[in-house]
Design a protein around this ligand. Structure first.
Ligand SMILES: [Zn+2]
Length: 231
């Protein structure tokens, strides 16, 4: 059986047998895959570095009798700086989990590029983790076919202007005529920010004058929308 080769990011790594790790890796070509990294827990193991979440490298995979096995791996990036700051580490770890939960073992070019872009920009801009993480979830929701609707009220279809509510039961925005007891008011500046996050790319967002308080609220709301759709 021929080996397959792919650029992949390690989503998770679990101890497996005495010296091995069972990795879930994610690539554009094959989506999610479980593979065994043999002997990586031995102190002198050459491939130790690849047994960590966030590791990005070129994997050569051989067919195994049970799990497929990593025959060879060449590092491209470890994203080790993401572990410096606890909040950033938490944001990025949850992003890996979100990919793990929502993506399948099939061609995943766009989610893979999204994850790689997010981690690359985040590593250089740790201070903007909340903003970049919000953008990550907005884009992932889009790719999954659950794009956040900021154009019209989910109940009446009317326009959403500066008086907007978030309806928890419908997991969407509603206008002032349609809000009910399970809706919360969303400030005009937070709603504007969510629209900005939707329409601008990662790097462009970093250049805009955005308020940290608004970013914190927007991130909470976006993560709530994601969690309610996915779980
Ligand atoms: Zn309405």
């Amino acid at each position: 059986m021929e080996n397959t080769k792919c650029d992949a990011i390690v989503l998770s790594a679990k101890d497996y047998k005495d010296y091995d790790k069972l990795l879930t890796i994610f690539s554009a070509l094959f989506g999610k895959q479980n593979v065994v990294l043999k002997g990586c827990k031995r102190p002198q193991a050459k491939q130790r570095f690849a047994g960590q979440p966030f590791f990005f490298g070129e994997f050569m995979i051989a067919k195994g009798r049970g799990y497929d096995v990593v025959a060879q791996v060449e590092p491209k990036k470890s994203f080790i700086d993401l572990t410096i700051d606890y909040d950033v580490y938490l944001d990025a770890s949850l992003a890996l989990k979100a990919i793990d939960k929502t993506c399948l073992s099939q061609n995943s070019e766009r989610p893979f590029l999204l994850l790689l872009t997010y981690l690359t920009v985040l590593e250089k801009h740790l201070e903007s983790s909340s903003l970049l993480t919000s953008k990550f979830y907005v884009e992932l929701l889009n790719l999954l076919g659950f794009g956040i609707n900021v154009d019209s009220c989910i109940s009446c279809g009317g326009q959403l202007n500066d008086c907007v509510y978030f309806d928890y039961s419908q997991n969407s925005f509603v206008c002032k005529n349609c809000f009910r007891y399970n809706s919360i008011k969303v400030s005009a500046s937070v709603f504007e920010l969510i629209k900005t996050i939707k329409t601008n790319k990662f790097l462009k967002l970093l250049q805009l004058p955005l308020k940290n308080e608004d970013i914190a609220v927007a991130k909470k709301l976006i993560c709530t929308i994601f969690d309610r759709i996915i779980t």
